[in-house]
Design a protein around this ligand. Structure first.
Ligand code: FMN
Length: 158
């Protein structure tokens, strides 16, 4: 295989960029992720790939739940704060306020909307593990255009 062509072609996949909320007995966490897509209308399912061995991946494997927060175009600074390991301070992560809902995973006040998932299956292959989440709750804070990878200039893929 032409590895440069593989990289270029895979980087042609267009993405959003989201804040994924997780939890376990040690507390809550959140990370910025783009490897997310809907995979079914009925039941509503999504697939999310999470870097194997990270705190977030271990939390999802243990708790079998996660949340997805849809950010607004222009919220690059906010999403950038979630590329590193974090510890919650009260009801804030990286200085951003969150609440919890049905799953107990963080739901950020400043996001446009969110959905919460229960993990119904997983594929533990490669350097990221893929979780199939059934959407069990959702909410909308306000209207707006969602943040895209393109506007941030970041790449995570190839
Ligand atoms: C642009 C961008 C997109 C990312 N997308 C993902 C992703 O889809 N899945 C993932 O597991 N990590 C992704 N990451 C890495 C996580 O944001 C980062 O590893 C995070 O700190 C892991 O969290 P944890 O160590 O607190 O569990 C991405 C990083 C960047 C810069």
């Amino acid at each position: 295989m032409d590895t440069q062509a593989k990289k270029t072609a895979l980087r042609g996949i267009t993405y959003g960029l989201y804040l994924v909320g997780t939890k376990d007995d040690s507390g809550v966490n959140a990370f910025a992720g783009n490897w997310l897509t809907q995979t079914s209308f009925e039941p509503p399912l999504v697939a999310l790939a999470v870097k194997a061995g990270t705190r977030s991946q271990k939390q999802i494997a243990a708790s079998r739940v996660f949340s997805v927060n849809v950010l607004e175009a222009g919220q690059k600074d906010m999403v950038t704060a979630f590329f590193r390991a974090l510890e919650p301070e009260g009801n804030k992560l990286a200085g951003y306020e969150f609440a919890t809902g049905t799953t107990g995973c963080p739901l950020f006040k400043d996001a446009l909307s969110y959905f919460e998932c229960e993990v119904i299956d997983q594929v533990e292959k490669g350097d990221h593990f893929t979780y199939i989440g059934k959407v069990i709750d959702a909410g909308v804070h306000r209207k707006g255009d969602p943040l895209t990878m393109k506007e941030t200039g970041f790449y995570y893929g190839g």
